[in-house]
Ligand binder design. Sequence first.
Ligand code: ADP
Ligand code: C5P
Ligand code: MG
Length: 204
Amino acid sequence: MSTVILIAGGSCSGKSTLCSTALSRVEPAGVVIPTDNFYKDLSSFSEEQLLNHNFDMPSAIDKDWLCSAVESLAESKPAEVPVYDFSTHTRTSETKIIQPAEFVFIEGLFTLCQQELLVLASLKVFVECPADIRLARRIIRDTSERGRGVESVINQYLSTVRPMHEKYIYPSREEADCVFDGEGDMEQITDDLIDKIYGLRKSG
Ligand code: ADP
Ligand code: C5P
Ligand code: MG
């Protein structure tokens, strides 16, 4: 069996960055599944429907596919995952086969909101970061990496990202075994996470 680690937190709290630094350090090996890959395909939506779509509630994700992929990896079996394109809000036609590894990191907004994932996890982490920092990071990231304009990022933040954070994501912090500072030094946060992961071996 592999060890499943859930990493949750608000948008731009630092989940993806933390997982990629942890992945480069953890031994013998790890694998990361961003739940963002499992956003439902919206290729049939019009431009206006896309602009108004709520991507920040749990139902925006294909939960069944996500959970079955995590179950496979937890049993040290390969999993097939979709590939998502943020600039077009669609799934590409390819899928990716993820090979199992001793440590399986599942990172995304709703990882601590889903009972099916909570029961598979040995460690549950919440990355906490103030809203103003997350918004500032998101404007930079979404304009440079996800093909968005500043005004659209701010409108989306105010209409869905912020209210859904308060409704679903922040309350899921209650499920966490540990909370990391999303404004902290990434090397330090990574050290702390690796210590927690290796601590799991000692505790059982
Ligand atoms: P998430 O996956 O939670 O949405 P990311 O890991 O993509 O967030 O981080 C969003 C942006 O914030 C990235 O540009 C990243 O470099 C930056 N960032 C994340 N964590 C930190 C941190 N602890 N200190 C400084 N910048 C950070
Ligand atoms: O990496 P991060 O946790 O920020 O990714 C989740 C965010 O991606 C959500 O807050 C959601 O608003 C955004 N998203 C988007 N467009 C999509 C899919 C997700 O803006 N097509
Ligand atoms: Mg991310």
